[in-house]
Design a protein around this ligand. Sequence first.
Ligand SMILES: [Zn+2]
Length: 445
Amino acid sequence: MSRILRFITVCLLLTVALATHAKGVRVDSLRYWTAPDHTRMVFDVTTPAAHQVFLLDNPARLVIDFKQAKLLKALPQPPKNHTLFSKVRSGIRNKKDLRVVVDLKAGVTPKSFALQPSKGYGHRLVVDLYNKNKVKKTIVKKEKVAKASKVVRKTVKNKARDIVIAIDAGHGGEDPGAHGPRGTQEKKVVFAIAKKLATLINKKPGMKAVMVRKGDYYIKLRKRMEIARAANADLFVSIHADAFKNSKVKGASVFTLSNRGASSEAARWLAKNENAADLVGGVTLTDKDDVLATVLMDLSQTATKEASRNVAGKILKNFKSIGHLHSNNVQKAGFMVLKSPDIPSILVETAFISNPSEERKLKSRKHQLKMAKAIYKGIVKYFNQYAPADTYIALNASKKHTISRGETLSGIAHHYGVTMRLIKSVNKLASNQVRIGQVLEIPRG
Ligand SMILES: [Zn+2]
């Protein structure tokens, strides 16, 4: 190659490089995910964007500067009556940079980070805005509740409390979870099932449901456990839908934590990948199985493992009766890092969203209710057996009475303050006859 030719080639290459560079970043769209204490803004960008985020006063506004960037189209405005901001504007600065200005209604603390492509999304820039007032209010509220509960504990001792079930709908917001062949998103169907389960639980006297995620936003896995703990949950139930590359794979499975060893191939895989579970701002970079691994890592430990296994087994049995099980046994996964030994925790993979017929079932309201009922019945059965002593359910549980010589049904009814008819119906007695050694269930009158 001649020297001139080489020079031209170098020039051409340089031009190409400069042109590529000058092209810079294109900001394609913006999504808002509103959680109780913060709002997440997610910008879709063509390449990782050099940026700066800062606040300006009078009037209060948030500025996001993208270096060497332009907009594909006008950015969508935040939902009307949003608590944090009123309007989003944009403009080009220095003929090459993009400035996005958000008019603020409340004090915020911004936090930003880049997200790698995953789950159908490309590169993203995330800006989390934490509501300053909300954070302060929550702290004040927590202090008040703590003080109030102390007073209550002193005055009304032994008041029967509700059994609290923390229901954790997996994923949410920018993290859609797995998706089906027809595009159904895991985060949506599991939220629907979780809500149905909460309704069933709240109808049951002596039980109360707490939804860990109340809408379509992401909560970090550790935070999910904290929410359950703050609610004094007696049980933590995480609801998911599985996915696999083979679309024929189907059925439900129920997981608990084990630190001994994994009970299946998949569980072993999870255990092995435990340390690889990598979260950036609450969204996994790789497979959804990593989410499962991290949730399980955070699930409860030894003292509550037996309880977890027991309730998981009951739920699994109920799933058997409504359809196909992926595995006949409660699944366990072993991990090196274990935390929070205080709340029995289970994870339900309701079905395989990657299987076309199960994707349909997951979308069907009727089937969602069936799944919620399967979980609900398992929970109720468990707590009917093992309700903590200070709960309404334990205090209202029926008693057993063994008939001794000389006792009559009318005498027993009088003793417990219930009608003979009620005792007869509960015990399915055809007559008033009782025999020595017979065990009767005595219902609460
Ligand atoms: Zn999931």
